[in-house]
Design a protein around this ligand. Structure first.
Ligand code: NDP
Length: 424
């Protein structure tokens, strides 16, 4: 952030207003922390911690996902919530920024345990959320199943049944078409714009490394294949499957079945796909993987470090499009910036299609209707194209896309703070 914002701190017209606005933005407006007691299948009491970081309401209701993962703490949620403010600003929708979750580990839990946990989590969270106050969604460890259980509990407790209080809901009770696909598809649409505009090329035939095999990775891979790219990897926290000749639709079905239906590890797919499984590696640590034209990190934060970024440049990488939030470390970013020919689009722009479509789900719920698939896909495409244009405009003649996206998001929020009379 500092890189792009620094010149604004010496703005001749606004003095140091932007510095004051920036400092104001760095503290969450409100942080909530609570106990989540739940019973496991042996009848034993477990207690986890839950959080909601309501970071900024300058542009609209607090909005951002819930993450269930053992590494979650208030620090991780603060950085995710901070990024979310600017991402949501870029969508052009009236959405503030937030993030939440728990240090609960869903891995290895039965469906009954997941349900009991989600119900207990919502029993606490429900007193802080509302369609016009704070609207959570999914993130790592929180997919359609978990959103359904939490929404079910919210309905029981609140007696409100048509509310856009959670997004990522099933189509059966107020969800929107394309929400599961939106983040991954959106990241690929964003890549398409940048590759065509800046490199005069297309994704056709390009070797694209994808990390992760969860929601974002699944649909980024699917859209890349639809556009004729070769998906050369998917991964999970234990290892990576490398497809030197590109993933096939049959391979994709195997991954989807393993992850969405069996909730299994990728290691169990050894021999079941055309790829080769490498334990203990990610796409960014594998010296054996041949050329990578474009990288789509879609797993988690800090996955591409300095060495990973260097490896990408050695393999001829021309662009990194972040499906995940902050997957590139500060050192990794410095390596990518060292080659100005490499396109680098941070998560706050590249993965904004997810929250953008969640914003559309809120509008759909408010209008008590169900929008058609084609309408939502067209709106998602338009949104990603709008974000790309904002980045290019804010970057100006000399700036990078990274600088443009940081600037565009920041300026929108800063001007809202001024208009609201909160920073002057
Ligand atoms: P999922 O839980 O569906 O999938 C996460 C994937 O990342 C899994 O394959 C998981 O492997 C892997 N992963 C998690 N932690 C690690 C780790 N420490 N090291 C290596 N791999 C890891 O989450 P999503 O796909 O929803 O989210 C992925 C990223 O995208 C996150 O950064 C999230 O914040 C971001 N994002 C998600 C959006 C959405 O709409 N879902 C919207 C915008 C951003 P394993 O199963 O082994 O844990």
């Amino acid at each position: 952030m500092a890189l792009a914002i620094e010149p604004l701190f010496h703005d001749p017209v606004n003095g140091d207003f932007y510095k004051r606005a920036f400092l104001y933005m760095t503290e969450p407006e409100r942080m909530i922390s609570f106990h989540v007691p739940w019973m496991d299948d042996e009848g034993k009491l477990n207690v986890n911690r839950g959080w909601r970081v309501e970071f900024s309401s300058a542009l609209g209701p607090y909005k951002g996902g819930l993450r269930f993962h053992p590494t979650v703490d208030d620090g991780i949620l603060k950085f995710l919530g901070f990024e979310q403010i600017f991402k949501n600003a870029l969508t052009g929708l009236p959405l503030g920024g937030a993030k939440g979750g728990s240090d609960f580990d869903p891995k290895g839990k039965s469906e009954a345990e997941i349900r009991r946990f989600c119900e207990s989590f919502m029993t606490q969270l429900c007193r802080y959320i509302d369609a016009s106050t704070d609207v959570p969604a999914g993130d790592i460890g929180v997919g359609g199943r978990e959103i359904g259980f939490m929404y079910g509990q919210y309905k029981r407790l609140s007696n409100k049944h048509g509310e856009g209080v959670l997004t990522g809901k099933s189509l059966l009770f107020g969800g929107i078409h394309f929400r599961p696909e939106a983040t991954g598809y959106g990241a690929v649409y964003m890549a398409q714009h940048a590759i065509e505009d800046k490199l005069g090329q297309t994704l056709e035939g390009k070797r694209c490394a994808v990390s992760g095999s969860g929601n974002v990775a699944q649909y980024a891979s699917q859209m890349l294949m639809k556009l004729g790219a070769k998906v050369v990897s998917v991964s999970d926290s234990n290892g990576v499957i490398v497809f030197e000749n590109g993933m096939t639709p049959g391979d994709w079905d195997e991954v989807i079945h393993a992850k969405q239906v069996k909730r299994a590890r990728l290691s169990l797919l050894e021999g079941a796909t055309s790829g080769v499984y490498h334990h203990g590696h990610s796409p960014w640590t594998l010296p054996g993987l041949q050329q990578i034209d474009f990288a789509f990190p879609c797993a988690t934060q800090n996955e591409i470090d300095e060495a990973g970024a260097q490896l990408l440049l050695e393999k001829g990488c021309m662009g990194v499009f972040e499906g995940a939030n902050l997957p590139t470390t500060a050192e990794g970013q410095a390596v990518l910036r060292s080659n100005p020919k490499v396109l680098y689009i941070p998560g706050k722009a590249a993965n904004a299609g997810g929250v953008g479509t969640s914003g559309l789900e809120m509008s759909q719920n408010a209008s008590k209707t169900q929008w058609k698939k084609e309408k939502v896909d067209a709106m998602l495409k338009e949104m990603m194209s709008g974000i790309y244009k904002q980045m290019v405009e804010a970057a100006g003649d000399d700036g990078t896309l990274e600088e443009g996206c940081n600037r565009a998001g920041f300026l929108k929020v800063a001007h809202a703070l001024k208009g609201l009379g909160w920073v002057y």
